[in-house]
Design a protein around this ligand. Sequence first.
Ligand code: OGA
Ligand code: MN
Length: 253
Amino acid sequence: MDAQNNDAVIVPLSEPLLERSAGVLNAAVGDAVAGGDESGSLACHVDEQWLDDLADALSEQAWLGVDLTARLPEGLLAALLNEVTILDKTDAMNRAGIGRGADLVKDRSVRRDKIAWLEGCSEPQALLFSFLEQLKAGLNQRLFLGLKRFEAHYATYQSGDFYKRHVDSFRGRASRVISLVLYLNDDWGLEDGGELQVFSSHDESRPVGLVRPESGRAVLFLSEEVPHEVLQARRTRYSVACWFRQDEVPLPL
Ligand code: OGA
Ligand code: MN
């Protein structure tokens, strides 16, 4: 499956679930979510103060770790985990590359994860997109970045996989501006490895943070500025990586 020359941006979820009710989401999630006020449980909790704090942290230190559990609709983390687990099991995820289009290189010494792009068509994806839309608007109001859109993919790292130190966008390209990685793993212990190591934006050899990829945790950073690395995982590691971009149409990274 990974032997094909496949610079694929795959969209494996075909069911349009947008109009489904909270009940369906809850059913998909199992019994993790109780009934009750449906509109409330699907709401994102993005308030002005929180956005102020995010914007301050990004402009002051270029990166931050944050727990999104209480900011996302109830059950969403479990629903996303459910989706990515199914995609992974059904071989719907592709070996990730470096670069894009004709420049895509699959170098396993640099990066070993598998990815599947999100389209926002399933209910969990639509809910996540609505959250990302609110974040984009809030950050634009505060940081004047002119973020036009975002893109997001699931990523799976099997035990042994890693992603060596890199930045997410070439300087001056103004394509990817802010990166957000949301983790989906329950009970991630120290022995499971797979931390995100964040390096100083002034000195790429100086580690400044280590983020355990525990469910609900997220990291945000300036895509061009902050070098980072995924340390070798010792257990399957699931996440969603998102990028807010300044370009209207896809340009090379
Ligand atoms: C990436 C990346 C970090 C992570 O996909 O570019 O750096 O913690 N991901 O998964
Ligand atoms: Mn990265």
